[in-house]
Design a protein. Sequence first.
Length: 284
Amino acid sequence: MVLPGASPQCEDGFIMIAMELFDALIAIRIPGEQRQVLDFIIRKTYGFKKKADAIPLSQFVTATGIQKAHIHRAIRGLISRQIIYSAKRGTFDATIYRINKDYTKWIKVPKKALVPKKAQKGAEKGTEKVPKKATSKDNTKDNSQKKKDISAFPQKTGEKTVESDRFYLTKKKRKLKGFKLESFELFWQTFDWKRDKANAADAWYDIQSLTKELLHKHILPGARRYRDARPAIIESKHTPKWAQGWISSRRWEDEKYEDEKDGLNEFLRRHGETEKVVQQEAHE
């Protein structure tokens, strides 16, 4: 809340955000409560020079003044439109949120869909009168919409889907659903080598006894390490593994290396190479 006579200064903190991303935010229509929640996520992440942050629900309520139930609804709406992503680390930990910087994947909602027809008519007449009781037909529509609004990553059909019906069809025509689907999407973003997704999904489908602990303590950290080492692998004229091969060979079980160059040398050794990577310091 801005108080009378307030004079905010950048020295007291500011939010650094790419112009291209901000232009995309300006161009997309976002309902009021969703926009408040989104702005708070931006403040908690980019405002502290972080890509993601664990944000308790109570902080959303305090910052926005919106009720918890409406916060939940706004978050679901932003997730369903792929404007933000969320992940849960543990049962009692706060949910982690981050902005989806790939704004080309944001799902736009037509202007008419944001404001009910009755509300539009009321605004035109200059009145805020609300019917005391909605008709049974209206209730049916509202309940149906609420059920549809729980999808975290809907398929791009223009319609929101029910969470239990959401799936990804693999190359072998198998359906990734539930936790297998959610965990695969999280891995796919982390691994960040977006090639041959359908075959990678098949490899993910075949992982035995996939648990949250295995995912967050081993698979995702391993995927990050390989992602970070990939530029050096490419620079050494080798072809990095695609997601399918990485998953099938359970590369998250590979030994961890404190020194990235040692890790790359081990990679070359495993591929029958005897030549070591020349350290950058030797050329300086």
